[in-house]
Design a protein around this ligand. Structure first.
Ligand code: UGY
Ligand code: MN
Length: 249
């Protein structure tokens, strides 16, 4: 049946829910055989940008003027003689001459067979006494999970090192069915959130939304937020937040 103008996507003061039926694709400068679905950026008041990049075989992202974090959702990326598959990720610092490999070989990451990537970019906020971080790659499944506030039903994996050189954090959070955040959070940090698996109910501001794998959420600073997982399989999301900097910085 035709959707007759219905969608779960919503935008309100302080939050955005963007569901896949409303995604619009367009290439970004420098991309090769690729398009982007831009989820959030300065146009909405965010201090970072997040997009999903869809690469065809031989596809690549363009250069970045900012720090870049890339999480492989599907397919593989190849660079510097290495291949990264789903749930692997790359951090590249700002001012890298190109999107270089962590080995510094100058190789640009490309996708041999096609890939879907979650991409986060943020202008770096330096911190006196902390040298800017270097490039590295990681594997989410190799990161030790930590229970959230001693609740073993919610497992958090911190994908970036615990180091004040980093001015943002990216974590995955995995909820057993029926698990929920123990409190409604309201905090100065903003969030970009991509649902990776499962489903549940997200409270954003004064609205409660059904959400499922594939959905994107932006939460502005102080957006009231709460999540409860539903269904028979774990719910999992990738979540960005600004981190390690004084509010006046
Ligand atoms: O890290 C966080 O602030 C996280 N607990 N927020 C969230 O899941 N909405
Ligand atoms: Mn939060």
């Amino acid at each position: 049946m035709h959707h007759l103008g219905q969608t779960r996507s919503a935008i309100r003061a302080g939050h955005l829910l963007q569901t896949p039926d409303t995604f619009v694709r367009a290439p970004l400068p420098g991309m090769v055989a690729a398009t982007a679905v831009v989820h959030v950026g300065p146009a909405l008041g965010a201090k970072f940008t997040q997009y999903t990049a869809e690469l065809e075989a031989g596809g690549a992202l363009g250069p970045s003027q900012a720090q870049r974090f890339v999480y492989v959702l599907e397919g593989e990326m190849e660079g510097g003689g290495r291949r990264l598959g789903p749930d692997h990720y790359i951090f590249a610092p700002q001012d890298a001459p190109a999107w270089t490999s962590p080995q510094g070989a100058g190789a640009v990451w490309t996708s041999p067979q096609g890939a879907r990537l979650a991409v986060i970019e943020k202008i770096y906020q330096p911190l006196a006494g902390s040298p800017a971080p270097a490039a590295f790659t990681g594997d989410e499944s190799a990161v030790a999970p930590q229970a959230l506030l001693d609740d073993p039903a919610i497992q958090v994996r911190r994908l970036l090192p615990d180091d004040t050189a980093f001015d943002f954090a990216v974590n995955t959070m995995t909820y057993d069915p029926g698990a929920s955040l123990p409190m409604v959070e309201m905090h100065v940090m903003e969030h970009g959130l991509l649902m990776l698996a499962g489903e549940g109910i997200y409270r954003l501001g004064d609205c409660w939304y059904p959400v499922a794998a594939g959905d994107f959420i932006w939460m502005a600073p102080y957006c009231p937020q709460w999540f409860g997982a539903l269904g028979k399989q774990p719910a999992k999301y990738l979540i960005y937040k600004d981190w390690n900097r004084h509010p006046l910085a």
